[in-house]
Write a protein that binds this ligand. Structure first.
Ligand code: ATP
Ligand code: MG
Length: 351
């Protein structure tokens, strides 16, 4: 499918805060790739909390309709109001649902001190994006001994299978081809038991025809996985987890490599992929021109990689790694004094 495209239609949704400063960085990185990808065609789209405050709408229908015509998209960041605001719900959560982006993929990579050394941390967290405790069915009742609160945790075979397949696919594309299934089935034997069994059974599905037999499989309880992530991150290659464990693991993994301003992600489904830096809208630094654009540029690379444009993705990643390794042009979050635009220029020059 990738070879057939004449143009690559990319939706750009800066949304809030530093989203407006980092999404343009991803755009110029993509533009710098020239003929390594089909001619990019960008569509600027509206969404976010700031938009909601102006218009009463956080995710206009027009944005969703245009996205459905696009091949992929880049999302900046959305501010979360600190108290509940009537009528507002997060546009990113809605987009994941509307476009069925069931996987959140977060590669966490430390940049090695020299190009021929191995990085200490080089792993991918694959987080299920649609169920688990995020079905948000909670209830509060009055029991005989006071208030009682309950939450429903949904794990389905269908969602576990498709996230499992995505994880095997990613593992297969990496040199080590190693997959660790994260769960807590010693306590939650039914829900986590289903997740674990279903993911384990993926290689034996008729539909995959033995493609995943080269992938080695390990399992780990989520608590010990966090511990080992900090003690010996090198043991991990691809980690696959239900929604909540995946959320916690990927933030913990991001802490291992320094700034939030470095870590990219994509939200992926069978028909669409949306890049999104892991950081939020960073209201404390928004508008100052000092946001780190690297997570956003890496999200663009990850999105292209997911679509099969490996060469273009490699060129962005390599340029970013060089700039980080050299350490001369860095934003304040990495201890530097450079502006967003200076980092963008430095990366684009190398692309
Ligand atoms: P939100 O509600 O949008 O998540 P937040 O206050 O949690 O906002 P984050 O964006 O999650 O802010 O950032 C947490 C901290 O990391 C902030 O101090 C922010 O300035 C910093 N930070 C996040 N992203 C970047 C970036 N790209 N460059 C520099 N600093 C960043
Ligand atoms: Mg935040």
């Amino acid at each position: 499918a990738t070879a057939a495209r004449q143009t690559l239609k990319i939706g750009l949704i800066p949304a809030d805060g530093i989203g407006h400063e980092v999404i343009p960085a991803a755009r110029v990185a993509i533009e710098a790739l020239g003929s390594d990808i089909p001619k990019p065609e960008f569509h600027d789209l509206l969404a976010g909390f700031e938009l909601f405050k102006r218009t009463g709408e956080a995710l206009p229908e027009d944005t969703v309709e245009t996205l459905k015509e696009c091949d992929c998209a880049l999302f900046g960041a959305v501010s979360s109001p600190s108290t509940k605001v009537t009528g507002y719900s997060s546009p990113i959560v809605a987009l994941r649902k509307k476009l069925d982006l069931y996987a959140n993929i977060r590669p966490v990579l430390s940049v090695a001190p020299s190009p021929d050394q191995q990085p200490d941390v080089d792993l991918i967290v694959v987080r299920e994006n649609t169920e688990c405790l995020y079905v948000k069915q909670e209830e509060l009742t009055n029991g005989t001994n006071g208030k009682e609160a309950r939450a429903t945790r949904l794990i389905t075979e269908r969602a576990s299978r498709r996230i499992g397949q995505m994880a095997f696919e990613l593992a297969l594309a990496r040199p080590r081809k190693h997959l660790t299934i994260i769960h807590k089935s010693n306590v939650l034997s039914i829900t986590d038991g289903l997740f674990r069994e279903t993911v384990r059974a993926v290689p034996s599905l008729d539909s995959v025809g033995g493609r995943y037999n080269d992938v080695t499989i390990a399992e780990q309880l989520v608590d010990s996985a966090v511990y080992r992530l900090f003690r010996e991150p090198q043991i991990y290659d691809v980690m696959v987890a239900p929604n909540l464990y995946g959320d916690i693991l990927s933030d913990a993994a991001a802490a291992l490599v320094g700034s939030l301003g470095l870590v990219p992600s994509v939200n992926a489904g069978d028909n669409f992929v949306m890049g999104e830096p892991v950081h939020g809208s960073a209201p404390d630094i928004a508008g100052k021109g000092i946001a780190n654009p690297i997570a956003s540029m890496r999200s663009a690379a990850l999105m292209l990689r997911h679509l099969g444009y490996t060469k273009g993705a490699d060129r962005i990643d390599k340029a970013v790694d060089e700039v980080v390794r050299e350490g001369k042009t860095l934003t304040p979050d990495l201890g530097g004094t450079s502006k967003t635009q200076e980092v963008i220029d430095e990366v684009v020059k190398r692309i």
